[in-house]
Design a protein around this ligand. Sequence first.
Ligand SMILES: Nc1ncnc2c1ncn2[C@@H]1O[C@H](COP(=O)(O)OP(=O)(O)OP(=O)(O)O)[C@@H](O)[C@H]1O
Ligand SMILES: [Mg+2]
Length: 255
Amino acid sequence: MAIVSVKNLHKRFGMQVVLGGISLEIAAGSCVVVLGASGTGKSVLLKHIVGLLKPDKGQVFFEDKRIDKLPERLLVDVRRNFGFLFQMSALFDSSSNIDNVAFPLIEHTRLPRDEIYAIAQQKLEMVGLPDVAQKMPAELSGGMRKRVALARAIAMNPKVILYDEPTTGLDPIRSDVINELILKLQRELQITSIVVTHDMNSAFKVADRLVMLHEGKIRFDGTPEEIRLSEDAVIKRFITGEAGEQELASLMRVR
Ligand SMILES: Nc1ncnc2c1ncn2[C@@H]1O[C@H](COP(=O)(O)OP(=O)(O)OP(=O)(O)O)[C@@H](O)[C@H]1O
Ligand SMILES: [Mg+2]
């Protein structure tokens, strides 16, 4: 059964068409990786899924509920089902790590304070950071801060986690820690994961299915094995990271 789906999604900003008719059904418990060059609308797609952006045309569903027309006050309830690890993992710098993780629980539940902090500590342990509760985010490395942000994203036991470039800016080993965490949360919490990434190592490691956006459309939708065998030049270039004629021509103009 699909837990998240979008149907014929269209979105433009001014004259720029970003999504030109995207349809996607995401099965509960799966891990779908969304690929695409910078500016192809990956983050825009994630924002539609949680109702932070409204489509110009098309529909967005959570389970069997249509959400793209919901007013903000009803979207709040829908968003409780989602954890969002934003591209810039915005922790509150002036709050301790555990206060950061506790924040959604304080905002959205009426649990007693000691229970909230026990849950927050348990989430920090889940991401492998049992000892950072009283430290400030600034005292941690970039990779650790990402994990604190992930602990915060799972604080409310979401059904779906959206990861927007979770490994960007991390070295290969710290990236792999994040990959392992994505797999672990999926295994242990039966969470559905939607992962936007440019990092093909990470994509192949975590994906059950890969979807590639290109010029407002879905250019590829299939398994890791299928994408490796793809004969489509656009896809081949993307997964091997080679610049094509278009990119090289623009370099020539710069010179
Ligand atoms: N709120 C907005 N207002 C105007 N334009 C926007 C807005 N959000 C996104 N865009 C534009 O839509 C396009 C797609 O943006 P998006 O952030 O989804 O790209 P992306 O695929 O996530 O890229 P990256 O890999 O660099 O993060 C970009 O050209 C961006 O400038
Ligand atoms: Mg983005």
